[in-house]
Ligand binder design. Structure first.
Ligand code: CP3
Length: 340
């Protein structure tokens, strides 16, 4: 197996930084659309052979150092009772948003049988990977998943979610505790099915104040990480907002913190306890730019991180769907040619 990714995740030296990209199995690839045109997004997630086909696209076409399960952070919320749909151009929607105590009480927590398709997909993917590179499993962090359940859709300001947190904290905590329980069970299901690493996505944490991040996000992530059957499986904690929240994130004891593009990555790494690796942190918009800009910016990051064990190259957030495929391919070539 190519162990670059796992070595870096455990802060061991590597000959070059390993590379994978958030949202690497997605819409920027023409081959994704060949599949997407035949099935709905949820059908793709729920059919293990198709989920495996999509997971393998960036492995076969880009040669990345780690694969990520093709699924979505909202499948747990659906299993709990959320009436989830995805509409092109609009994104995820819950037809029955969670707004009061009754709605929270109606959500189920013993839902692993409804998520068995994910375990099945992991087994098919591992057969296809055949030990070549590690497979990353994932889930959403409770705050980010709660925001979709409460808003009922994507949101810019999270107004309804924040009103629930601030006016009815006991209801918000009841909801977060239920999501955290399901998330820990779900990640342990993925570990039992054979993933080699876990990433927790708290995509919208940057909407929170320092105190609210601790109260409504961090403590549930900490609880989830503490409840994982980790064995030799590294845990990556990602949030938009990590430039600010990294010191709190470290208290949950992940192996890796995935950093947005606002911070200097080396400064963040040096501020963390020894043994916590960093992942990041190219601004994904660089991948729209001309190739010399892409190369220069990646090499600038690598020079800054030269000599550091515990560095995984990634973007500060996911690849946008309209980034040219050829630019992503070029970026990966630049990275794979680099030697420390
Ligand atoms: O990284 C990967 O390639 C693996 C697959 C993956 C998807 N979603 C596939 C997907 C992963 C890891 C996710 C996580 C996810 N889902 C997050 C956290 C990561 C992040 O980007 O912050 C969030 C916030 C979601 C919720 C979600 N799912 C949204 C907001 C959308 C639609 C809007 C958009 O622009 O992404 C989705 C749909 C989705 N998830 C698609 C894919 C490939 C697009 C589906 C389509 O083809 O229409």
């Amino acid at each position: 197996m190519n162990t670059l990714f796992l070595d870096a995740a455990f802060s061991k030296p590597t000959e070059r930084p390993p590379v994978w990209m958030m949202r690497q199995a997605g819409r920027f690839m023409p081959q994704y659309w060949e599949i997407k045109n035949k099935y709905s997004f949820l059908e793709m997630c729920k059919t293990p052979e198709i989920a495996a086909d999509v997971t393998m696209l960036p492995v076969d076409l880009l040669g990345i150092d780690a694969a990520i399960l093709f699924s979505d952070i909202l499948v747990t919320a659906e299993a709990m009772g959320g009436d989830l749909s995805f509409t092109q151009g609009i994104g995820p929607r819950f037809a029955n948003p969670v707004r009061n105590l009754q709605d929270v009480d109606n959500l189920q927590v013993d839902v692993l049988d409804k998520l068995q398709y994910v375990a099945d997909a992991i087994k098919v993917i591992q057969q296809r990977l055949n030990g070549s590179i590690p497979l990353i499993g994932f889930a959403g962090a409770p705050f980010t998943v709660m925001s979709y359940l409460v808003e009922g859709a994507s949101s810019k300001d999270f107004k309804t979610t924040k009103l629930l947190m601030h006016n009815h904290p006991e209801i918000a905590h009841k909801l977060l505790a239920k999501i955290a329980k399901v998330t820990a069970d779900y990640l342990n299901l993925q570990i039992a099915a054979g993933v080699n690493a876990i990433q927790i996505f708290d995509s919208w944490a940057m909407a929170l104040s320092w105190n609210d991040y601790q109260e409504f996000s961090h403590r549930y992530i900490q609880e989830i990480i503490a409840n994982l059957n980790r064995k030799d499986i590294p845990v990556i904690s990602f949030c938009k907002g990590s430039s600010v929240f990294a010191p709190i994130m470290a208290e949950a004891k992940p192996d890796v913190i995935s950093v947005d593009w606002n911070a200097d990555l080396l400064n963040i790494k040096n501020s963390l306890p020894i043994g916590i690796a960093v992942q990041g942190n190219l601004d994904p918009h660089i991948l729209y730019a001309d190739k010399p800009v892409i190369k220069k910016t990646i090499l600038q990051l690598f020079e800054r991180m030269r000599g550091e064990s515990g560095f995984i190259f990634n973007l500060g957030h996911g690849i946008m769907p309209d980034i040219p495929f050829d630019n992503v391919k070029y970026a990966i070539e630049v990275i794979k040619e680099f030697k420390y």
